[in-house]
Design a protein around this ligand. Structure first.
Ligand code: V47
Length: 358
């Protein structure tokens, strides 16, 4: 028996992967076998359900104090392509989604040099006043760390203020790749891995559920991906606070690492399956359709994903500016049901906390 076969047999029986075994599987196991076992593990957690939600994004600004090399979205202040919406402009945008049944507002953007914690709390209060039944999933750990430090509060004190304002969950962005050496190459001035973990750990201690991401397909090796997933698994063992993990494929249009190119779709599928197998303690693996495109997302459902994110309503520019196929990303509920059923699963609408919506 090949080594990978022996490892997969143990994983299928529920045994936890070590880093060494994960590397063997990642490098040697046939893709279809990884998919088979990943789907088995997915079924043990979510049965035949694949989740989606009705959501939209709010991106208040693309002006950012950091200058990540993979980012196609940031613009310097004063650029004709920079935006920095006022609270009133944001309110107008949110009003345009009234009556569409959104259960989630996902708010992230650049780390603006001037806005402070009070601004971000007020932003949450204003959007909640317009759509009180939609949950606010807001600000990446890097934005949070910056705004809270600026306010002179501890992480817990800052998060409590945001929770009082109406924040209900934290998205997974800003994780990039945890390996400090690589991070210093692709986003040298960005908030650190330690800061990212400090925010998520504290949020979990306060009872907030959060997501986690990993930016892959640039200068990292498989070993770095495994290290990233292991660090997440370790915190999850302690807190249980991660709801979903979202692998994010590096898209290479319009940023300063473009010459690297993009990894092939088979790598996306392998990464999804390995994420499901390594993160045995994270309930949901999300195939973010805006980033993969709709066809790869459908395939992702055969590799352990059980969530495809939401309707989006053409509200995010992060991926269209980085070269994603859908330049005005929107997916209707009917389209999502059809996609999930073609893949052999049952589409289930969920809220931010993964409660099913009838
Ligand atoms: O942290 C930026 C990534 C992230 C590029 O929690 C890029 O439900 C690829 O985190 N190529 C923000 N990726 C988006 C994010 C997210 C998205 C959807 C759902 C959730 C969730 C979270 O986007 C950033 C960064 O890792 N990113 N530029 C790029 N060129």
């Amino acid at each position: 028996m090949e080594k990978w076969e022996e490892i997969l047999t143990r994983v299928a029986e529920g045994e936890r992967l070590t880093s060494t075994d994960a590397l063997t599987l990642w490098q040697d196991a046939p893709l279809w076998r990884l998919g088979e076992v990943a789907v088995m593990r997915k079924r043990a957690k979510s049965g035949d359900r694949v989740f989606y939600n009705k959501n939209f994004h709010i991106e208040p600004t693309n002006i950012c104090v950091f200058n990540c090399k993979f980012c196609s979205y940031r613009r310097p202040r004063g650029s004709a392509e920079a935006w920095d919406y006022t609270l009133e402009q944001i309110e107008d945008k949110v009003r345009s989604y009234e009556g569409k049944g959104a259960t989630e507002m996902h708010i992230v953007g650049g780390v603006h040099p001037d806005h402070d914690l009070d601004f971000y709390c007020e932003l949450i209060r204003r959007v909640k006043a317009i759509l009180p039944t939609a949950a606010v999933k807001a600000y990446t750990a890097i934005e949070l760390s910056y705004m809270i430090k600026k306010s002179g509060l501890t992480t817990a004190e800052g998060l409590k203020r945001l929770i009082e304002a109406g924040m209900e969950a934290i998205p997974g962005g800003g994780a990039e790749i945890f390996d400090e050496e690589l991070r210093s190459q692709i986003c040298p001035d960005k908030g650190s891995t330690a800061e990212w973990f400090e925010v998520h750990r504290t949020a979990h201690e306060l009872g907030l559920k959060t997501n986690a991401t990993m930016l892959y397909g640039h200068i990292e090796k498989v070993e770095h991906r495994i290290d990233h997933l292991m660090r997440l698994r370790e915190l999850q063992d302690v807190t249980g606070g991660f709801n979903a993990f979202i692998p994010l494929k590096y898209r290479n249009f319009g940023n300063s690492m473009s010459e690297i190119g993009e990894v092939p779709i088979v790598d996306d599928l392998r990464t999804l399956a390995m994420s499901r197998l390594i993160l045995d303690n994270v309930p949901h693996i999300k195939a973010y359709w805006v980033m993969y495109g709709k066809q790869t997302t459908e395939m992702a459902l055969s590799f352990g994903a059980d969530d495809i994110d939401g309707t989006i309503e053409d509200s995010t520019k992060i991926y269209s500016m980085a070269g994603a196929a859908d330049q005005r990303p929107t997916m209707s509920v009917d389209e999502m049901h059809a996609m999930v059923e073609r893949a052999g699963f049952r589409a289930v609408e969920r809220d931010t906390h993964y409660n099913e919506i009838e």
